[in-house]
Ligand binder design. Sequence first.
Ligand code: CP3
Length: 351
Amino acid sequence: MEKDSDHILIKAIKQKPIERTPIWIMRQAGRYLPEYKETKNEAGGFIKLIRNPELACEVTLQPLRRFSFDAAILFSDILTISDLLRMELKFIENKGPVFDHPLSTQKDLDRIGKPDEIDKLHYVFETIKLIKKKLNNEIPLIGFIGSPWTVATYLVEGNSSKKFNKVLRILKDDKVFIERLLDQITEISINYLQRQVHCGVDVAMIFDTWGGLLEKDEYEKFSLKYIKRIKKSLDLKKIPLIYYSRGLKDKLENLGTLDVDVLGIDANLNPQIIKKKFGNKFSIQGNLDTEILKKDETEIVEGVEKVLSSFGHGSGHIFNLGSGITPDIDPEKVKLLVDILRDISPKYHIK
Ligand code: CP3
């Protein structure tokens, strides 16, 4: 049995020699799996599922039974943290997260004021402990939070807006409000991720999905600054930290001062560019375009080869998609992807 620290995922992060490229995929537990849909129905919906440690543990493990992934990721959501702000999170089928009373004024911030005790998220911590027991230290578990900016976009918009008009307007008009909100989210995020670390996650990840919405200077001031604060305040107990964002192509300068182990990138950024700019400062996670999983085997092989060769030879790469897997993907294509990677990635590593 492998110890966690000897696991291929951890070795890839530490850029130690390995024989093949490890893989997991974002949203690996999700609606493309029929067994997920069944368990979600049994729980009575998505919110009830993430609040039920037994069933959340079960869906975390489902993709690992089907595919030889090299990591498990906690089944939860970046928006559970809204519990601590007494903002009721709802999920509408095929629409996504909804808050009935989104935030837009200083008065709203007074309302969410002092956050509730972190123990309110006990269901997450119980889920982590259950998963860790079941994984038996054979596969590392990834815990996560959303970046303060990305979480803020949902708390202000009140839903999955896609346009972000409201939050971008408030960013222009009321910087004091935005900074106060980001401060509040940052404080609870540190606590929340710290507690996940105490409960035994092996890797921590920050999803800054909407960091790329911000212009260069704003990205530094309203997103990265808070990520850096989280990193500084956390005692990670030597576990690695992954930072994922989209749309970073024109913001690479900003990343030079970011102290994380892995950069998770979308399908529009070439890993080679990051390596050229930063050498081996970061390991890289990504970045196959999810759409390629709708194509046939030849095109999937081509896609995988392209990602592998753009990273190049050696350790320091974790294979993943550039964004979360979508419900329209056939699980057989995921199996094919994992098999193809096992077949062709060894040539990029030690003989
Ligand atoms: O398998 C995993 O990746 C772990 C669990 C996980 C979920 N969400 C489960 C989920 C993780 C790590 C997240 C992160 C998350 N949540 C992000 C950042 C990553 C990304 O996708 O960019 C964001 C922005 C959210 C907020 C969120 N959650 C939205 C906007 C939506 C609706 C859109 C969608 O993809 O369905 C969700 C729902 C959600 N989170 C589902 C799952 C499995 C689907 C729920 C369902 O309808 O069954």
